[in-house]
Write a protein that binds this ligand. Structure first.
Ligand code: GRG
Length: 294
């Protein structure tokens, strides 16, 4: 089966699972949660979690609640990121942003409810019974919380806002993106391995892989903001430049940014060598992340 078809099928399966987890009663909060969480995201973090688990001998059905939880947390961060107080964006995933559709108050509450629901799904009894290892579940919840908190996404977003219109170094930029985007990607990959019972050595290789992949992902995101098309991106390109954000292309130029991304992709691929042929899907996924145009 081609990678594109495999990704499409997996994405559809994840979408269906997320749909099942979301509340369905007709009130505005539920409507806003479903609007953002079921909009057409790539589900990359969930797919990375599932494929890392399979690589380490785990089963997709066992880790699905965590894969969905990670996507709900990611959606929560996108709703906040789009708010007028943050990046002030009108479009996300090809549709008006949550606050444009429902107003700021409901958008914030829907994001908060998605965040709480994610932790509920990852820790409730059916998930504990499926995984059968409460220690691994707690480790993963700690890892995810740390990826979001004062050393993760919240720090990255703070530094990102502070850097608008400022001169930053390449190291500053790497720190912004490692914390803002890279940590949640790393946590997804770690959780896949940990929930599948991977040992310390395999987890170390996965962590190294994730670090390089996360950076390559963000460089590509910056490149797409310069050269991507609105219809493919599902949001308006050029927003980084309008907000005078420091990005890899603005700091290095487009060509050098691409070279840095290719280098990170090569390093990510070489971390997977340790796993041999079993890592073919994750390797394809890594190349796909660099080649994507949305
Ligand atoms: C609310 C947890 C929380 C934090 C507040 C808003 C914020 C601080 C942080 C923003 C983090 C953020 C939105 C980073 C952007 C990461 C990024 C490149 C998003 C796009 O990811 P894709 O391309 O999107 O995977 P899809 O739509 O495909 O899921």
């Amino acid at each position: 089966m081609s990678l594109n078809l495999k990704l499409k099928e997996l994405k559809e399966e994840i979408d269906m699972e997320i749909d099942k987890y979301l509340p369905d009663d007709s009130n505005i909060l539920t409507e806003a949660m479903r609007y953002s969480a079921l909009a057409s995201g790539k589900r990359l973090r969930a797919i990375l979690l599932i494929e890392s688990a399979i690589l380490c001998g785990g089963e997709k059905s066992c880790v699905m609640p965590f894969a969905c939880g990670i996507e709900l947390i990611h959606t929560f961060s996108l709703i906040h990121d789009d708010l007028p107080a943050m990046d002030d964006d009108d479009f996300r995933r090809g549709i008006p942003t949550a606050h444009k559709k429902f107003g700021e108050a409901i958008a914030i509450l829907a994001a908060d409810a998605l965040f709480a629901l994610a932790y509920q799904i990852m820790s409730y009894k059916p998930t504990r019974e499926k995984i059968g290892n409460n220690g691994a579940i707690l480790d993963c919840i700690e890892r995810i919380s740390s990826a979001i908190g004062p050393k993760g996404m919240c720090l990255g977003q703070t530094l990102d806002i502070q850097s608008e219109g400022q001169k930053v170094t390449l190291d500053d930029l790497k720190l912004i993106h490692r914390s803002k985007t890279g940590e949640l990607i790393s946590a997804s990959i770690y959780c896949g391995g940990r929930l599948a019972g991977a040992g310390i050595k395999n987890l170390e290789h996965l962590e190294n892989f994730a670090r390089h992949l996360g950076l390559a992902f963000q460089i590509k995101d910056d490149i797409l903001d310069v050269s991507g098309k609105k219809e493919e991106l599902g949001k308006t390109p050029g927003s980084d430049q309008r907000k005078q954000k420091a990005t890899f292309p603005s700091l290095l130029g487009l060509e050098k940014a691409k070279i840095l991304m290719d280098r990170e992709i090569e390093s990510a691929l070489s971390c997977l060598e340790h796993f041999g042929e079993k890592s073919a899907t994750l390797k394809d996924l890594t190349k796909y992340i660099a080649e994507r145009n949305f």
